[in-house]
Design a protein around this ligand. Structure first.
Ligand SMILES: [Zn+2]
Length: 625
């Protein structure tokens, strides 16, 4: 079988037989995955003496010590048939010590995994439903402390439920007992190659493009229902255009083939994670059904695809953790995630998957959010990258005041500014495309990592157009205000403005997440249950006594719905009477009087006439002139 067609067989699970040439074998029995229980047999080549084993803690792409330690529900380590005692490091929960007995050359490890049923984020969130699952190898292995996983030869296999289909970027063949055995690779590459499996799976092959038009690109769609995997007739061509646009910008492909593992379920956490030759993309079940929600998928698939170059091939030195125990330094995430966020939406726009007017609405939401938030006035953008490992899990309450993982969305304006400045410093000859081409090209083909430090960025920019690039960029990162961000936007020929007209991106997000964003008018956002998820300090609702965590029960005496609240905001414009909000706060009811009379208010971009419109040039197709 190939990596594109691995139908499940009814199997007897494997006995623990080491594979020739592999220092580590990991054989996962996932046939009981709908009960969220998996059992793994691992063999590890060892020498006699003391040994520290590590359960992967710092997970690439998560930029945090997020290995799901809680998922271990059973562990047995044997050598020469004898069970060994193990002891956890009291200061490092992910490390356990053992002593390998004399004469032993291999450990036989049995690991039971209980996948989460609710809660958590990323690795710690549910990764399976009754009809699909995603297997991430890092959750099923122990490796020696201090050993670079890229130097450990490994072989993995998975036994999957009968009738299910598995998809992975690694080549596959039938192994012992009918389980799927994957090609021998390093442990690092194995961990970089998640397996998607499910009952309802559709493979969509995409047209290839230069460079290397022969390289195979595919979207593997697994969903909780067969109907959710259906896509419109132009779906493959649209994403083929994305492949073409990426080929023009990066002028290289650092993968042998590329597969988006797109999983649609309301029972798994929605997020994306990048890998060299694939990405693990998780979204709600019905997002492919309608054109407007499909746009949000384009942004996700674009983002994770760009990571194959920016994040996987080129990675900040500080984000390497060879044994997954060494801590990561997130200081340069404004490049790793920030530039990915930039290209992740720009390339789908160039490909026609997102319309330019929708792209402008998208970044207007970010610009508007930073414009009214108080967080950017006490805390510089750079600090959000340094504290990323904590901010990913920070609560929604007070996020506008605390700041969140802003190095994604705020950095988009940094990179738009760099693009505009490259044009200005080169008489219009150079753009961010030239930088990207130069910084991310290299040997094509199989995955490799080429680390960089911050200065490498400035050196490359200076080789394209001389300027104080450190000064231009650090102004966005180090000064605690939004001046550089809003000025950077203006350098593209567009500026932030507000009107009563709804922002289309806010409407889509409302449709998918069932949330209501009124932060620019009355000054808070609500979830589907009417809970105030965040309140903007200094705005009308906060001044009227509203705080995050309160539940909105009624508006002007009438039971709350988003529509009732929106109508009350419109009415207050002419009545000039404060909006009365009945809120429940920890079992106590209270009526707040909110003096807000300026009506609906949403962010948009408007053109600055008489200035060059570089944003439109950024967004035009470069592969299909
Ligand atoms: Zn990312």
């Amino acid at each position: 079988m190939t990596r594109t067609q691995c139908a499940a067989l009814a199997v007897m699970f494997l006995t623990c037989v080491p594979t020739l040439g592999a220092d580590l074998t990991v054989r996962i029995d996932a046939r009981d995955v709908i009960r969220r229980h998996l059992q793994t047999r691992e063999t590890l080549a060892v020498k006699p003496g003391p040994l520290v084993l590590v359960y992967p803690k710092w997970i690439p792409a998560e930029h945090a010590p997020a290995g799901p330690l809680d998922s271990i529900i059973g562990l047995e380590i044997k050598a020469n048939g004898q069970r060994l005692e193990w002891k956890r490091d009291p200061y490092e929960m992910y490390a356990i010590s053992i002593t390998v007995p004399a004469g032993a050359t291999q450990l036989d490890i049995t690991l039971d995994t209980g996948m989460p049923a609710d809660g958590g984020g990323f690795s710690s969130s549910p990764g399976s439903s009754a009809r699909l699952a995603i297997i991430r190898w890092n959750e099923f292995v122990l490796l020696p402390k201090g050993r670079d996983a890229a130097t450990i030869p490994a072989v993995g296999s998975v036994a999957i439920p009968a009738g299910w289909t598995a998809t992975c970027s690694l080549e596959t063949h039938a192994g012992e007992g009918g389980a799927l055995e994957f090609e021998p690779v390093s442990l690092a590459q194995l961990i970089d190659s998640p397996v998607q499996m499910g009952e309802f799976v559709r493979h969509v092959d995409l047209p290839g493009s230069a460079p290397h038009a022969d390289i195979h690109h595919m979207i593997s769609i697994a969903a909780d229902t067969a109907v959710a995997t259906e896509v419109p007739a132009d779906f493959a061509q649209g994403y083929g255009n994305l492949v073409a646009e990426a080929g023009v910008v990066f002028a290289s492909r650092h993968y042998r083939h590329y597969t988006w593992l797109l999983s649609l379920s309301d029972h798994i956490e929605a997020f994306g994670e990048e890998h060299h030759e694939s990405s693990d993309d998780r979204v709600p079940e019905t997002v492919l059904k309608e054109a407007d929600t499909r746009k949000s998928v384009a942004g996700l698939l674009g983002h994770e695809y760009v990571h194959s170059w920016n994040g996987k091939f080129r990675r900040p030195q500080g984000l390497l953790s060879p044994d997954y125990l060494e801590p990561m330094d997130g200081s340069l995430l404004w490049i790793y995630e920030g530039m990915t966020q930039f290209w992740g939406d720009v390339l789908p726009t160039r490909a026609g998957l997102i319309k330019p007017e929708d792209y402008r609405e998208l970044i207007a939401v970010s610009a508007g959010h930073f414009d009214i938030s108080t967080g950017p006035h006490w805390r510089p953008l750079a600090d959000t990258a340094v504290q990323a490992q904590v901010l990913y899990d920070s609560p929604r309450a007070w996020s506008s005041a605390r700041r969140s993982v802003d190095f994604y969305d705020a950095s988009v304006f940094l990179w738009l500014d760099v693009d505009a400045q490259l044009r200005a410093h080169s008489d219009g000859k150079a753009t961010l495309d030239d930088f990207t081409h130069r910084f991310y090209s290299g040997s094509d083909g199989k995955p490799e990592v080429k680390p960089y430090v911050e200065n490498d960025l400035y050196t490359t920019l200076a080789s394209i157009a001389p300027a104080d690039w450190r000064g231009i960029i650090r102004k966005h990162l180090d000064v605690p205000d939004t001046k550089a961000l809003l000025e950077g936007l203006k350098h593209t020929g567009w500026q932030l403005s507000y009107s009563a007209e709804k922002n289309s991106e806010v409407e889509i997000s409302q449709k998918i997440r069932k949330s209501t964003r009124l932060e620019w008018s009355i000054g808070f956002n609500l979830d589907e249950k009417g809970v105030l998820t965040d309140v903007i300090e200094g705005r009308a609702a906060a001044l009227g006594g509203a705080g995050p965590g309160m539940t909105l029960v009624a508006v002007n005496g009438k039971k709350f719905t988003p529509e009732i609240l929106e109508a009350a905001i419109v009415a207050a414009q002419s009545t000039h009477k404060p909006v009365e909000l009945l809120v429940e706060n920890d079992d106590y009811y209270r009526t707040l009087s909110v003096a807000y009379f300026d009506g609906p208010r949403f962010p948009h971009l408007t053109r600055i006439e008489g200035t060059p419109d570089t944003l439109s040039d950024v967004l035009r197709s470069h592969a299909r002139p």
